[in-house]
Design a protein. Structure first.
Length: 194
């Protein structure tokens, strides 16, 4: 297989490895904030555009190779959240999320030679429980800086699961990539056995 993953996300790497998909990782050098500023769509549309931009950027560096780009965005009460800039920023995010519904939008795109061949977006709905300041301090004491690169300030496969009362949606979407549709697209493109 000639797949290139345009990401440095440990959870995306782990998902592909666990699924038996061989790949080369080459993080995309794109200015996500600049791309976001040029868009006026929903969080779901923005995640899809960022996934496409990452796939296209890396496909320019790897001619002939199939490139998988992916992105995730968190939206709470109509407000989008990026990865926290600092531990205090992470604490502020968690205080805002407390007792609210979080929508996590994950998207993926496959590109080859500067052309997007496929893309897909998915969403999960996560009910954040009421979080005390004491919990937030202890949580970040254990999880920081590991969650510094995570939108939503959590790793669901770690202590982040303690943030939630309920989750509706695909576990892979929550981990940061709609894996089942990605695998289907790889099969359709002849990159995986049917």
């Amino acid at each position: 297989m000639s797949l290139v993953l345009a990401s440095q996300s440990a959870s995306r790497w782990a998902m592909l490895e666990a699924a038996g998909v061989s790949f080369e990782a080459l993080p995309a050098a794109v200015d996500e904030r600049a791309i976001e500023q040029g868009l006026d769509g929903s969080a779901a549309d923005t995640a899809l555009e960022l996934a496409r931009a990452k796939a296209l950027a890396v496909s320019a560096q790897r001619p002939g190779r199939l490139v998988l780009g992916s992105d995730s965005l968190v939206e709470v009460d109509g407000r989008r959240f990026d990865k926290p800039a600092s531990r205090e920023d992470a604490a502020q995010h968690l205080r805002f999320f407390s007792g609210r519904i979080m929508y996590l939008h994950s998207a993926a795109a496959l590109a080859r030679d500067g052309e997007v061949l496929w893309d897909h977006g998915a969403a999960a709905k996560l009910k954040v429980r009421l979080l005390s300041d004491q919990f937030i301090t202890a949580y970040l004491g254990h999880e920081w800086p590991a969650v510094a690169g995570c939108v939503g300030v959590f790793r669901i496969e770690a202590r982040g699961v303690q943030l939630f009362e309920a989750i509706e949606g695909d576990q892979f979407t929550v981990l940061g990539m709609p894996l089942l549709p990605v695998l289907g697209a790889l099969r359709d493109l002849g990159e995986l056995a049917s």
